[in-house]
Design a protein around this ligand. Sequence first.
Ligand code: G6P
Ligand code: ZN
Length: 558
Amino acid sequence: MSFPVQEVLTKPFEGQKPGTSGLRKRVKVFQQESIFDAIEAKGSTLVIGGDGRYFSPETVHTILKIGSANGVDRFIVGKDSILSTPAASNIIRKYKAYGGILLTASHNPGGPDNDFGIKYNVSNGGPAPESVTNKIYEKTKTIKKYKIINAPQVSLDTIGEFAYGPSKVSIIDSVVDYRILLESIFDFPLIKSFLTSHRDNYRVLFDGLHGVTGPYAHEILVSALGLTEKSVQNCIPLPDFGGGHPDPNLTYAHSLVEVVEREGIEFGAASDGDGDRNMIYGKGAFVTPSDSVAIIAHWADVIPYFKRQGGVKGLARSMPTSKAIDLVAKKKGLECFEVPTGWKFFGNLMDAGRLSICGEESFGTGSDHIREKDGLWAVIAWLNIIAAANAKSPNKLIGINDILQAHYETYGRSFFSRYDYEEVPSDGANALVAHLNDALQTGSLNNTARSSRSTSTKFTVSGLYDFEYTDPIDKSVSSNQGQVITFSDGSRVVFRLSGTGSQGATVRMYVERYVPPEAGPSELRRDAADGLKGLIEVALELSKLKAFLGREEPTVIT
Ligand code: G6P
Ligand code: ZN
């Protein structure tokens, strides 16, 4: 059969600039034919997959036809168009592919009236750096035509390999490779023996939120670790995520929260639509992502992978993430990096061998085993830690809360919270940024002291700056990455515009207040909202946020 290459006329499209993590748009406005004009795909191997959301199979077919016309030699495609983001990163690295096209809008809702997304990852398995995404964006503004082969639809549901025009297509089940990966990282025999001997008093519940992680979680928790079917829920991926918002936080992962609360489940966890985020939430204990990465770094010695690597090389967090991990780095004498929001900023440090464990406040945690954050990796890291802690404590069962409190007693606690104001008018958001810029330039807020009305705690502004990052490896500079107000007691507040929304502007306000171990257990154990109340009041007042955005309350608090 011949597959003639056609040239199709097209036109430039507006608004195709990739954000923090690829391009995300409503399904109805999605256009993207320019990737192949910006990458050298000829003779290469490309990985294709995604979170299985609505419009994915159609897009896989389009990519196969355009990619083949552009000379791609081999496509490795996830069965049923599915590959979790971490699994895709692993496949790109393991099979030495040139890159990968990930069809995902992460945790954004899916379906005909919701979001679709395309993200391009490069050969290290990580999100394309800005030099590449800028090139793709430039092409979207000038594209006039594209090449496509005229080929019939192929079936994406059967594992195997076949010729496709001038190219080859391999349909794979990436769950197998992912299980091999995690088994090579964690102490599976230790975790399994702990879970088996505590079947009744240490129950586990993982919620896939109908995203892509379901089959991976089932394979690892049920098949490899021997848990029962009751330990996984909502693990069948659905194109609209069952109508839900597949984001693992206390607001959107209510299906998990409800069961954990009702049944007093000791260890609960959830992942997002494409499987790269995680939430750890067990009976009486919610682990903030900022604490989670610090705790994993503290316990890294019990994870065989890090031992094999000769120990942890360095730690990192995104700028708005709390400084809990910095304290672990200091104690262990490790380098610690502060990068802008976006996982892509960790890649260079990992490739240079200077970074092993990192995380973001946005429920992303991971390591240099791949170049994406990894939801299930974090969940199994926690189970590994719990199993190791219990191996040292024969008489008392150690749970999530014990690990948290012990950490606070050693390092102190960074109370942290994020307020999101979603889909606000862009004018208001820009006015807020301008107001803070003005304060930054004129120094008008410096040394201002404000007392919170409800707690009467006093906060004095010690500085205000706009975060800029120079990549230590390639020296590229990323400016305007968030405005930071610091206070004399070490607290800080960060304001940032989200780069992942698909509608209007989203303003994020991040607040952090550090309490040292000497403050004692009652202070360290306080509810986060309570511990941050005064600082939040002062931050809202100084920024005049409510007036600029016309909103009394945030849409989501994490
Ligand atoms: C995605 C990225 C993360 C980022 C998060 C929030 O999950 O992979 O690196 O932290 O979005 O980004 P935003 O720009 O919306 O705050
Ligand atoms: Zn995600």
